[in-house]
Write a protein that binds this ligand. Sequence first.
Ligand SMILES: Nc1ncnc2c1ncn2[C@@H]1O[C@H](COP(=O)(O)OP(=O)(O)O)[C@@H](O)[C@H]1O
Ligand SMILES: [Mg+2]
Length: 255
Amino acid sequence: MTDSILPLSLQDVSYEINGVRLIKDLTCAFEAGPRTAIIGPNGAGKSLFLRLCHGLLQPSAGTVSWQNIGGRNPRDAQAMVFQRPVMLRRSVAQNVDYALKLKGIERGERLHRIDEVLGRAGLRRLKDQPARVLSFGEQQKLALARAWALRPQVLFLDEPTASLDPAATHAVEEIVQAIHDEGTRIILTTHDLGQARRLADEVIFLHRGRMLERAPAEQFFTEPQNDLAQAFVRGELLWWRLGKDNRKHSAPKQR
Ligand SMILES: Nc1ncnc2c1ncn2[C@@H]1O[C@H](COP(=O)(O)OP(=O)(O)O)[C@@H](O)[C@H]1O
Ligand SMILES: [Mg+2]
């Protein structure tokens, strides 16, 4: 028996909605250690992939499994931060406190962790502010601090800076780096190649629900093997390579 929920293993994972396969036959494993960036154009399946890993979606076929930690729930050792932060109608500190309470952590330890993560995320002076009046960038830092307070073994980040300006993006990336430095396994999605270059040790390239390449970051950015990955790294749009029918499917959906 081990205390680590890693490796995470995906075996022949597919996910379909209304008969359309959106994720196709993914098989891969994530060991402890490096930071992984899942990249690919809009609609590639990055968010679905992350949700399947985190257990928010169940695969239509195949399995997602974690290392056995003696009957304890692997969900308790992982956290996820979304593109748009979801804040409770409470103060900054209470937002962190609530997440810790849900995990059954006692008050003294909660106060300690709240002070620690708010300090490290640069939010201490805002601790009594209502979370919902914070700027978008501050809210995203708070979402990270809240996840960090849980001391997860694995942290999933779904396009964590997609709607942020460069300064806020930099601040968020620094926090992600600090969380990694403390030993949390980072798995993030991004369509921002610059972010993948800055943050990732390895890259997974997804396109239309398939994993087309997985490689160490440096190798991926200097000589991607897959031709679509090459086009993506060159900054070319990928829709022109699709057939007419596929193009219809890849149009952004209104939700
Ligand atoms: N609930 C849903 N119903 C129908 N189609 C969906 C749903 N969620 C995602 N999709 C489709 O699955 C594909 C992958 O979506 P997503 O994982 O959000 O892509 P990405 O995060 O890479 O931009 C897209 O074509 C999207 O429109
Ligand atoms: Mg997405």
